[in-house]
Design a protein around this ligand. Structure first.
Ligand SMILES: CC(C)(COP(=O)(O)OP(=O)(O)OC[C@H]1O[C@@H](n2cnc3c(N)ncnc32)[C@H](O)[C@@H]1OP(=O)(O)O)[C@@H](O)C(=O)NCCC(=O)NCCS
Length: 162
């Protein structure tokens, strides 16, 4: 483990600290998330995490576990973000690795997310971890968000070696 990663830890989200996730989202994302987002995040259990840098809550990942038509599960990353002063310290990596490890352990074969087409930081970040752009959706976001288009990025997760 590198020295800079020593101070990073992850914690679960419960009713008691849900406010922290809400606060982070207001700072990090242009979208106002509704009650369903928070219900899905809580229901995903270990797939939703807060990231701490020493004692400060500076990032989060929130997922929804989806069932495809054939019954197969997949993980949808609803949000993953780190406060700007704490970026490039490996915190996003720790959050994403957590999701990829859990998916592999639980035999969930795919992780995907939507990313606004101008979000070069996030696109570079996800590509670094093997995510690929699968399609572009025009006018995905509300009209007051510019550009309104997004990419769908996804990654296949190999089943764990027995
Ligand atoms: C995308 C985001 C989560 C990355 O978090 P982070 O903590 O800075 O990421 P890490 O430090 O773990 O980066 C891991 C690797 O990803 C790549 N990477 C991360 N940010 C990058 C950037 N801005 N440009 C190029 N590569 C980048 C690098 O290879 C980096 O490794 P390195 O720092 O050793 O070079 C962060 O920029 C963010 O919160 N953005 C705003 C919210 C957002 O748009 N989230 C995504 C949509 S849900």
């Amino acid at each position: 483990m590198g020295a800079r990663e020593m101070a990073i830890s992850l914690d679960g989200v419960r009713d008691k600290n849900l406010m922290l996730l809400k606060k982070l989202n207001t700072v990090l994302f242009p979208v106002r998330y509704n009650d369903k987002y928070y219900a899905d995040a809580l229901a995903s259990g270990e797939f939703t995490r807060l990231a701490y840098y020493n004692d400060i809550c500076v990032g989060s990942v929130a997922c929804r576990i989806e069932k495809k038509e054939g019954g197969e599960l997949r993980v949808y990353i609803m949000t993953l973000g780190v406060l700007a002063p704490y970026r490039r310290l490996g915190i996003g990596k720790k959050l994403l690795n957590h999701i990829m490890d859990l998916s592999a352990k639980q035999g969930i074969p795919e992780i995907y997310m939507h990313v606004q087409t101008n979000n070069n930081d996030a696109i570079a970040f996800y590509k670094k971890f093997g995510f690929e752009i699968k399609e572009t959706i025009k006018n995905y976001y509300a009209k007051n968000i510019s550009p309104p288009d997004c990419y769908v990025l996804s990654k296949s997760i190999p089943a764990p070696q027995k």
